[in-house]
Design a protein. Structure first.
Lengths: 691, 486
């Protein structure tokens, strides 16, 4: 794991009346325990990774309460786990990033929602949308609507979020329907505080067993039950949910004196709306707004009665709804029409952007236009124009491979190969290795989803005269790549080359454990192997290569390209994630040094007087510590390459210089710390002999 | 009682792995301990992997117990023109904040480190692709209410800590927040690990932002030789070191015709000529790699302490061209043309890891340097001198017509640099431009011709595949190895 959650785990123990300070996603975790949850699962991914990370570190507390926690194989597995609540009145929760996680989970979610639940089920989704997102930009809202899962979108402060977790379970039970809790990126990471309640041990749990399995054909998703279930959704569960939301007043109305106007917003956007109105002089610092606000902490189902009542005395109402399609705005138009509230002019996507995050600026712009205060935007435009005039275009800074990353050398090898063999098609996959598509590599032609690299290559390979490549991480392998990709390719007798990045962890999401991780926490089984799984499936051509040996990686890639052997060829590119490696190494080295033991520190460097400033080395590496500096030669102008502090001595730059025959400027320096008398003697002899 | 109208807003732009999250925690802790309502959020995600990311905080500057149970509504996203303290851990990130409208002259205190961490897009260019730092500094002075700018990374390194500590100190020292110094220091102590080092960095940043001590002076960039006399002097010294006094005299003789002409042209010719004549062959590289000053520099660069032995291992991979370059001209020529015909120029490179700091390794490399007296009889020497002569004649001819044109031709020499394939590519680009635009110019107008050469030269540096240059010249530049088709 990338970081330790000891301090956070302690927060899960807070009792009645104590104040929790911390991140919202951890507050949600605490709220789950306060709600008497019996089991929790999920799959890692920003912005909700920390739910699972913290729970994995919190076995003591969970064992005391009897809560079952599982790091599921993927989101589908997590959602399927919620099936426990179909027959048994136990509360369960899962967390994953959305929409990608919800996509993977949707089969199980459909079945779950159709069967209905006895115990409250909560699906915590990290809505990875807008600035900082790492996935395709879509809304999770559609999933809620199509499967009829209630969707909570609480105001982004800890007390409200925590309350909505607790209410969410009750709503789920009151309406026999699973509930989604949608948290945007910034809301997941918001730091604040709330007054805690004590944790509740679940009534049914690992400690208090069930005795009789329940059988109810009505809960089976097979006709004719499915027909009855759909009817029940409409006739019983929906009205029950609407009633619950109304009675508990989950949606909030904030009164204001400008009665003719109104704003209807998603709960998650409430703070942005208030800030925009503060800036325009329509609200104070405490949220008292002159314009009435209907804040939807529940965005599905809609409560027509409340909406009609809110709009009844208004002339103009603005809907602040992030993303597209504009489900809420369109539903509201229909509701108003159906209820013959004809006098209200409804605004929304006409003044607010259809696509993209509702940032402070976007909401300010929309509300300014709604209020006819466009002039409020002029100073901002002036500021930006002036900056643009003074600065021109700035270089972009997308994320990239870390210092010493074991995945980078594989792409270096591919890049060198490209120059002699021509470009080839590479079907990319989800994971850090997808950074290969960015400069300096620009390798990777498509990406279709997590673990789907090989499957997405199926129809590409047969239409090329030469072999194509596919990338898959060990994370993607276990997520579903083993079956969807590898078994499928073998079964269909497809050819092709699959490179599996074996770095040992689910690195992009925070280096969580995988079945094939080199070491395991106590709660996980050791010794699961990708290689044995591949052999078992019958992969005939499999080679393992040490990534940092660029020459060897090139050789094995060439071999895979050239071999006469038909069928899938798998290259296991091995190299432990440096984030983990350094995390383990650092204390060991520090201990060695403090004990006065001999330690060799390796750093790479570039001779500034032989470097001519062409930067081929950088185009083959992209390492953050391989950078440039002013040329010290007074006659030269182009900056020279240099290796700065932070180099972990992985050796890629030297390897590249060799593999691509770049230049003789790279050197490897081995600094002997705490040298022995022998080191000193040899050093003295060398010093005397050489100079 | 009059309550503040709005919270104080703080936007922090950082790069993944710089401890921006820890700094946000410190600020939150200090504000909370002081009793102020505060909120922090961030968008880490994959930006944690070296990309640009932001943290955003709001602190309401009145204590919670005086609010009568009311809580301010704090925003999760910054708004342009609504930021009180803009913090940037790197200079271009400060520029990005300006472009997004977050720095307002009536309101924003900008706290930014002036060091650069170059983006891949800047580093990977074949020439100098760096963004001009001065533009950001100048814009900051114009756009910020107050700009606290100094090299915080350097200060962090000197304090044995990470840049976030210095930034935090500068935030506290700027006096915009209602947080006393002690509260901030307590927040660092509360954070635990590395607190002492962080406090040193914090103190340094605090004092500078508070004006209690001056910001450290920016490092002086290495000197550039621009004046003709200076260039001539350096050139002469370099070539004397390279091949002796006679070779230095050859340099002076070659410069002679230009001295009476345009001084700017003469300076550029002198600069390129000196660099070209001191071309990097295997002898030169061996010589530079075995100098005492080089081992000293390596020690400095890797931060070796006194008494710590440093082993230096060089990555060398000489091939056909390197071997041919030191052969007698007639043999070298045959070898290279044979290898070119067969596409074998890169086929026989021998990868070597030579421990240059050991006696044997040193002698091995030094032995190559001892070939210096032989150099004038080598194949490569002849090739280089012939091409230099051709270039000088073209510059000289052009100078008689138009100085600007001559200058453009002179600058084409800068395309030839590097080793192996890089050198071959540069040379091919040079020859392609000379052939298409100098020796067979498409226009008789000197100004048009100069513009075409400049455009072609820039195109040659646009991409290593030669696509841009090929498009500019209207025909492909051939230097790439034959792409093997299987």
């Amino acid at each position: 794991m990338e970081r330790s959650f000891k301090e956070e785990v302690a927060k899960l123990r807070l009792g009645e009346g104590e104040t929790f300070h911390g991140e919202a996603i951890l507050a949600v975790t605490k709220a789950l325990l306060q709600s008497g949850v019996a089991y929790v699962g999920g799959y890692q991914g920003a912005p909700v990774s920390h739910v699972m990370d913290v729970l994995n570190d919190a076995h003591d507390i969970l064992d005391e309460l009897g809560v079952h926690v599982e790091a599921n194989a993927n989101e589908a597995g997590a959602a399927a786990m919620l099936g426990a609540s179909i027959n048994y009145p136990m509360r369960g929760a899962v967390a994953f990033k959305s929409t990608v996680g919800t996509n993977v989970a949707s089969d199980a979610l459909s079945n779950l929602a159709s069967a209905g639940v006895k115990g409250g089920t909560l699906i915590v989704i990290g809505e990875d949308y807008g600035e900082g997102a790492s996935i395709i930009q879509e809304r999770s809202h559609a999933f809620a609507m199509k499967s009829q899962i209630w969707l909570l979108d609480p105001r982004p402060n800890l007390p409200t979020i925590v309350e909505m977790v607790e209410q969410g379970f009750e709503l789920s039970e009151a309406s026999s329907t699973p509930v989604m809790l949608e948290l945007r990126i910034r809301a997941c990471h918001v730091h604040g505080s709330f007054v805690a309640r004590k944790n509740i041990a679940p009534r049914i749990s690992r400690k208090t067993f069930l005795e009789n399995p329940e059988f109810d054909y009505g809960k089976i998703c097979l006709p004719p039950s499915t027909y009855a279930q759909e009817k029940e959704k409409i006739e019983k569960r929906w009205p029950a949910a609407v009633r619950f939301v109304q009675e508990r007043k989950l949606n909030e109305v904030f009164a204001g004196d400008m009665q003719e106007l109104g704003i209807i917003c998603q709960g998650g956007l409430y703070n942005a709306v208030i800030r925009a109105m503060q800036m325009l002089g329509f609200a104070d610092a405490f949220g008292a707004s002159r314009i009435p606000i209907y804040c939807m902490n529940v965005t599905y189902p809609l409560i027509p009665e409340e909406l009609v009542e809110f709009c009844a005395d208004k002339k103009q109402v603005l809907v602040v709804e992030e993303g597209q399609p504009a489900y809420l705005e369109e539903a509201l138009l229909a509701i108003l029409r159906r209820h013959e509230v004809g006098h209200v002019k409804l605004h929304g996507k006409d003044v607010l952007p259809m696509a993209g995050e509702y940032t402070g600026e976007a909401v300010l712009t929309g509300i300014s236009k709604f209020l006819g205060k466009d002039e409020a935007l002029t100073p901002i435009k002036n500021l930006k124009d002036k900056a643009a005039r003074l600065l021109g275009g700035l270089p972009q800074r997308p994320p990239g491979f870390c210092v010493g990353c074991p995945e980078r050398p594989v792409f270096s090898a591919m890049k060198v190969l490209e120059s002699s063999m021509g470009k080839f098609h590479l079907s990319a996959d989800i994971g850090c290795h997808l950074f290969s598509t960015l400069p300096p590599f620009n390798i990777g032609n498509t990406v279709l989803g997590y673990g789907l690299g090989l499957a997405s290559n199926s129809a590409v390979h047969p239409v090329f005269g030469r072999r194509t490549l596919t990338m898959m991480g060990d994370g993607g392998f276990w997520h579903n790549g083993l079956t969807t990709g590898i078994a499928n390719t073998l079964f269909n007798r497809n050819d092709g080359i699959l490179v599996i990045m074996k770095n040992g962890y689910s690195s992009a999401t925070g280096t969580q454990e995988l079945p094939s991780s080199p070491q395991h926490s106590e709660s996980k089984a050791p010794g699961m192997s990708m290689e044995r799984a591949l052999e078992g499936l019958g992969v005939g051509w499999m080679k393992t290569v040490n990534n940092y040996d660029v020459g060897a990686t090139m050789k094995v890639l060439k071999e895979a390209m050239a071999t006469k052997q038909e069928g899938l060829k798998v290259i296991i590119a091995e190299g432990e994630c440096q984030l983990e490696r350094q995390r383990k190494l650092r204390p060991v080295v520090a201990k060695q040094l403090s004990e006065g033991k001999r330690t060799v520190r390796v750093k790479y460097g570039v001779d500034e007087d032989t470097c001519t400033g062409d930067h081929s080395c950088i185009r083959l590496s992209g390492c953050p510590t391989l950078t440039i500096k002013d040329n010290p030669d007074p006659l030269r102008r182009d900056p020279v390459a240099t290796v700065i502090d932070g180099c972990v001595g992985c050796g890629l730059c030297g390897e590249n210089a060799h593999a691509a025959v770049l230049c003789p400027s790279f050197y490897r320096a081995e600094v002997v710390q705490n040298p022995t008398w022998w080191d000193k003697l040899v050093s003295r002899i060398r010093g005397t002999a050489i100079h | 009682m009059n309550l503040p109208e709005r919270p104080i807003t703080i936007l922090i732009a950082a790069l993944g792995g710089e401890g921006g999250g820890v700094m946000a925690d410190w600020l939150m802790h200090a504000a909370t301990e002081c009793g102020y309502p505060a909120q922090a959020t961030s968008i880490p995600g994959v930006a944690q992997r070296t990309g640009a990311t932001t943290y955003y905080l709001e602190i309401y500057p009145e204590k919670r117990d005086r609010l009568g149970g009311r809580a301010p509504v704090l925003s999760l996203t910054p708004s342009p023109g609504n930021v009180d303290i803009m913090v940037a851990s790197e200079l271009v990130e400060a520029g990005r904040a300006m472009q997004n409208g977050y720095i307002d002259p009536s309101r924003t205190t900008l706290i930014a480190s002036t060091h650069r961490i170059y983006a891949t897009a800047e580093k990977m260019q074949m020439g100098d692709g760096r963004f001009d730092s001065e533009r950001v500094v100048d814009a900051a002075r114009e756009l910020a209410k107050r700009a606290v700018l100094f090299d915080m990374r350097k200060l962090a390194q000197e304090s044995g800590t990470v840049i976030n500590a210095v930034l935090f100190g500068a935030i506290a020292g700027s006096g915009v927040l209602p947080l006393p110094r002690e509260a901030c220091e307590a927040a660092i102590r509360h954070g635990g690990r590395g607190a002492e080092a962080s406090l040193r960095g914090f103190a340094a940043g605090f004092d500078i932002a508070a004006g209690a001590r001056p910001a450290p002076a920016a490092p002086v960039p290495p000197k550039r030789a621009t004046e003709l006399t200076e260039i001539l002097r350096i050139g002469k010294e370099r070539l004397e070191d390279y091949q002796g006094a006679g070779y230095a005299r050859l340099y002076e003789e070659r410069m002679q015709p230009f001295l009476a002409g345009d001084p700017k042209l003469a300076a550029e010719v002198a600069r390129h000529l000196a660099l070209w004549m001191a071309y990097e062959d295997i002898i030169r590289v061996a010589d530079l790699k075995t100098r005492a000053s080089r081992f000293e520099r390596v020690r400095r660069e890797v931060g070796a302490r006194d008494g710590e032995p440093v082993l230096v291992i060089d990555y060398l991979k000489p091939g056909v061209e390197e071997f041919a370059s030191v052969l007698p001209a007639f043999l070298g020529r045959r070898l290279v043309s044979w290898a070119e015909r067969r596409g074998k120029l890169d086929a026989y490179n021998i990868g070597m890891h030579i421990k240059t700091s050991s006696v044997l390794g040193y002698l091995l490399v030094r032995a190559l340097a001892w070939l210096k007296p032989w150099r004038p009889r080598s194949y490569r020497y002849g090739e280089e001198q012939r091409l230099i002569g051709r270039w000088l004649a073209l510059v000289s001819d052009a100078a008689a017509r138009d100085t600007a044109l001559a200058l453009e031709i002179a600058m084409c020499a800068g395309l030839i640099k590097g080793y192996g394939e890089t050198h071959r590519r540069g040379k091919a680009n040079f020859l392609a431009i000379i052939d298409a635009l100098v020796e067979n110019p498409p226009t008789s107008d000197a100004r048009e011709q100069a513009a075409a050469i400049r455009k072609a030269r820039e195109a040659a540096l646009a991409d290593p595949e030669g696509k841009a240059l090929g498009a500019t010249l209207g025909k492909p530049v051939v230097w790439l190895k034959q792409v093997a088709r299987t």
